[in-house]
Design a protein around this ligand. Structure first.
Ligand code: 5AD
Length: 351
């Protein structure tokens, strides 16, 4: 049986009760068909909270003058990731505020060390840079770029002062994909002023973009932001968006983001795994830097390796032994090429 292409309606995104359970169940089954019980496990290090952007929802916005700004030290990060990372992680995401300086001083040399010393798959989430710098990052050994489009409604994007301009953000996502990166994007659900059409626009845009994955973050009224008094996004809306993404693009990698636990303390994360998510992250940023990496609130709920592994097990899933980077690489390499390199070569010689 071939499934109809799926596109959510507002009713689907707002479903509750039996209809919602059925939606989540269908999404979880789609993930199971596509990925089996495997869940990717990625460590995250936050290397700078300097940011040139001024997103209304984010505590690291440049107008937050009360925030102490730091950059991580290369040797500290290298030591942490090479010698003290949790054994179950197969990938690492190097993330930062939009701070081109840290890219040169810390991120590029860190990627070189990781490539030399480990088999970790390397993702980066560094905001919009330029072509030569993207190229350097890829040549150093990163292969996954996380660039969230944040909000697909251009008016809301401008109103919230989301990064750069909407058109530029989308252009960079396309540029990255066209130059060989596996691009994962993402949007925020439940933002103030995000009415039905603006919410649906996220799916219309995601569907058009050349992505390998996409996340949904619940809006968290960030401390020290102009939106601090607004209500937190509902966990149900967020999970419904995740389920809808899974059904729209069964082969995408969809993370259970850590903010799910802020939207529903204690169980948000596990419910994400029950809704077709197939990637989880462990924050590895040393506590002294983490405190001022103010994405949401000062008291972030930190998932340890132990908590994450037991959540995965409790949901009947398994931590993948293959890295996400290798998984993407394998998908790109035609089977004949990887299985019969000698035959390929003969054909090339004869042809
Ligand atoms: N609520 C939800 N997501 C947020 N982000 C930043 N601030 C918030 C918030 N208050 C997300 C954005 C950004 C990523 C690093 O964190 O999507 O791209």
């Amino acid at each position: 049986m071939i499934d109809e292409p799926f596109f959510p309606t507002t009713d689907v995104l707002k479903s509750r009760g039996k209809a919602q359970l059925a939606l989540h169940d269908r999404a979880a089954r789609a993930a199971l068909r596509q990925f089996g019980r495997q869940v990717f496990l990625r460590g995250v290090v936050e290397v700078s909270n300097y940011c040139r952007e001024n997103c209304a929802y984010c505590g690291m916005r440049r107008d937050n003058r009360d925030l102490a700004r730091h950059r991580a030290r290369l040797d500290q990060m290298a030591e942490l990731l090479v010698h003290h990372r949790p054994p179950a992680i197969t990938d690492v995401n190097i993330q930062s505020g939009e701070d081109p300086l840290v890219v040169r001083e810390v991120v590029l040399p860190l990627i070189a060390v990781l490539r030399r010393e480990t088999r970790l798959g390397i993702s980066v989430c560094l905001g919009t840079l330029n072509r030569p710098l993207y190229h350097e990052l890829k040549s150093a050994g990163a292969s996954i770029y996380i660039m969230k489009f944040e909000v697909a409604d251009p008016a809301l994007y401008a109103q919230l002062e989301a990064p750069g301009t909407f058109d530029e953000r989308v252009k960079h996502i396309r540029l990255l994909a066209a130059t060989g990166w596996n691009v994962s994007s993402g949007f925020i659900a439940g933002l103030p002023g995000q009415y039905d059409n603006a919410l649906l626009a996220n799916f219309t845009l995601a569907q058009k973009l050349p992505l390998a994955g996409c996340s949904v973050s619940p809006f968290i009224p960030g401390d020290e932001t102009p939106l601090s008094k607004e209500p937190t996004a509902g966990i149900d809306l967020t999970l419904n968006c995740m389920a809808a993404l899974r059904l729209m693009r069964p082969h995408w990698v969809i993370p259970a983001v850590s903010a799910l636990n802020l939207a529903e303390p204690g169980s948000g994360y596990r419910r994400g795994l029950r809704t077709g998510a197939n990637l989880v992250t462990i924050n590895l940023t040393p506590p002294d830097l983490r405190e001022d990496y103010l994405l949401y609130k000062r008291d972030r709920f930190i998932m340890t390796e132990e908590r994450i592994l037991s959540a995965i097990e409790a949901e009947g899933l398994q931590a993948s032994k293959q890295s996400l980077a290798d998984f993407y690489q394998q998908k790109k390499t035609p089977k004949t090429e990887s299985r019969h390199p000698s035959i390929e070569r003969v054909e090339v010689l004869n042809g």
